[in-house]
Design a binder for this molecule. Structure first.
Ligand code: ADA
Length: 543
């Protein structure tokens, strides 16, 4: 059997802006987990190394799970390194031998100033800390792992079940479903790969996001996974959910809140997702990194579609020429795909936001990342959010062509200011220039608006200007063969004081949210909600 314990709570802590601490690790104060230490006094805004440590009762083969941390670091058990946290935000899991029964020490050392994957010029604040839940599960010496359930035919409930077992040879395994259906089969040399039509299955869709569970029992181990039966495909320029066309009306969402930084608690995640669902949105692009288990579970249960992607913001071609960087991108893409495989809400996987996809030399990297995800997940649609527009040379390598245009904001020549009148013609021209045999998605578009800045002249930075621009975008999506849009962005998020003019980050925030950082609605939120509640708009949800 498995025994799971939560390790959330008060740990021992120390911060140093000096050199990286080494064992034996010293601490000098308490610190709450999950949490971002660099939002709390006396460490607010400081850059350096954080040591989190605590005692844990454990023994034998164990899985340590950390549902997101940043921005990089190492994990130690009894002062010996058992793994690294290389990718900020990514759910991490480490399988290791916890040793004899008794008290042990767990230490996580994080830095909030350097990571090859998280660079100083990213337009979102680099928070240091443990972002999500920490759990320790003791498991039998011979254990089941990598349980993957994929929908093979949503009409008959045909599913494919794959899993691994740590002991080779032929090992019987019992599959039991929430419907009561049971199926006995076996692992062969540590692998299980079988398909079956699940009797009495229910489909996962946006109106009724039905979920199923499967429990696998082999030897002394028993593990339960939740999954959903649904098919998300492309047909020409259309996107289909279970065979029916659906247009994506969504937002880009960062894991960020002024009070908690990237350690957004479940309550706020729950409220964010409920706000979006109730307002009529059906899609979230998890910008710009793998999503936490908690968020994906909420989207599974509330019925929202999700795009998740590797962390790689605006990475230039010279970096993509570095073998080591590409290898870590591939490792991140693989880990991300396995981690979120069974979440029915994840329908698109991406990588390398706004990379140099206008340069032919990076095509092999884009293809390698595409192939890496495809090798694990045969069905997910794969895309790359590009800002190279008509100059992009990688649109043939992805399933959905996704572009981040900013007509009415950035997309203006230096002499003149772009206005909302340019939205429709720009999107029309861009769509026409893209391949016509695959979906065209507007993966980012928006304008800054400061909450409370109202002006009937609708100048830049007013709520009125943002609302008018985004309504034009939604009208364009509903009136053309565009597959959908994810607005940039859901909420204002902390960034850095940088840029000037329309590139400025007033307050040190990216203010393109349709709600502010405390989720207080701007005019655009109200206007878009009215638009989405019109039953003629096809969001895949009955109204
Ligand atoms: C880019 C980027 C976003 C954000 C946006 C903006 O499209 O992908 O993360 O920085 O621009 O607000 O300028």
């Amino acid at each position: 059997m498995r025994y799971i314990q939560t390790l959330n709570g008060i740990w021992d802590f120390a911060f140093t802006s000096g050199i990286c601490p080494e064992s034996p690790f010293k601490t000098d104060r308490p610190m709450v987990v999950p949490g971002c230490f660099d939002l709390l006094e006396p460490f607010c805004g400081k850059r350096g190394y954080a040591v989190y440590t605590r005692k844990v009762q454990a023994s034998g083969t164990s899985i340590l799970e950390i549902d997101g941390a940043g921005i990089a670091g190492d994990v130690f058990w009894n002062e010996k390194k058992i793994g690294s946290i290389k990718y900020a935000y990514m759910p991490n899991s480490f399988v290791f031998d916890a040793g004899d029964p008794g008290e042990h020490s767990l230490t996580i050392v994080l830095n909030n100033f350097h990571s090859e994957q998280f660079r100083a010029d990213f337009d979102f604040f680099a928070y240091g800390g443990i972002y999500g839940d920490v759990t320790l599960t003791s498991i039998p010496a011979d254990f089941i792992s990598k349980v993957r359930i994929s929908t093979e035919d949503y009409k008959t409930g045909k599913i494919r079940i794959r899993a691994e077992y740590s002991r080779k040879g032929t090992v019987p395994v019992q599959l039991k479903f929430d419907t009561g259906f049971q199926f006995d089969t076996q692992f062969a040399d540590g692998q299980l790969d079988c398909t079956l039509d699940l009797p009495e299955f229910k489909l996962w869709d946006l109106d009724s996001p039905a979920l199923h569970t499967i429990t696998l029992k082999a030897g002394d181990d028993e593990v339960t996974e939740t999954f959903g039966i649904r098919e998300f495909t492309a047909a020409g320029r259309k996107l289909l959910l279970n065979g029916k066309e659906v247009k994506l009306f969504g937002v880009n969402r960062h894991e960020s809140h002024p009070t908690t930084g990237a350690a957004v608690p479940t309550q706020i995640m729950n409220s964010d997702i409920a706000m979006l669902k109730n307002a009529g949105f059906n899609f979230i692009r998890g910008s710009h990194y793998p999503q936490r288990k908690t968020l994906l579970e909420l989207c599974d249960r509330m019925g929202l579609l999700v795009w998740e992607e590797t962390l790689g913001w605006n990475i230039k071609a010279p970096t993509l020429a570095e073998t080591e960087y590409v290898e870590t991108q591939l490792e991140q893409a693989e880990e991300m795909t396995y981690q979120s495989f069974n979440h029915p809400c994840v329908v698109i996987r991406g990588f390398l936001n706004e990379t140099d996809s206008q340069i032919p030399d990076i095509r092999p990297v884009v293809k390698a990342l595409y192939d890496c995800i495809r090798a694990i997940d045969e069905h997910v649609l794969i895309s790359l959010a590009s800002n190279k527009y008509e100059a992009d040379v990688c649109t043939d390598l992805v399933d959905i062509v996704s572009m981040n245009p900013y007509p009415g904001w950035y997309d203006s020549n230096d002499e003149s200011i772009s206005t909302v009148d340019q939205v429709y013609p720009r999107l029309t021209a861009l769509s026409k220039a893209m391949p016509q045999d695959k979906p065209f998605l507007i993966s980012e578009i928006g304008a800054e608006a400061l909450l409370g800045f109202r002006d009937p002249l609708k100048t830049y930075w007013t709520e009125e200007y943002q609302a008018e621009l985004l309504l034009k975008v939604f009208e364009y999506v509903s009136q053309t063969d565009c597959a959908g849009v994810s607005i940039w962005q859901f909420a204002d998020t902390r960034s850095y004081v940088s840029g000037k003019g329309i590139f400025a980050r007033a307050r040190g925030f990216n203010n393109k949210g349709i709600v502010d950082e405390y989720r207080r609605p701007k005019l655009a939120w109200n206007e878009l909600q009215k638009f989405l509640c019109n039953e003629n708009i096809n969001t895949g949800v009955k109204r």
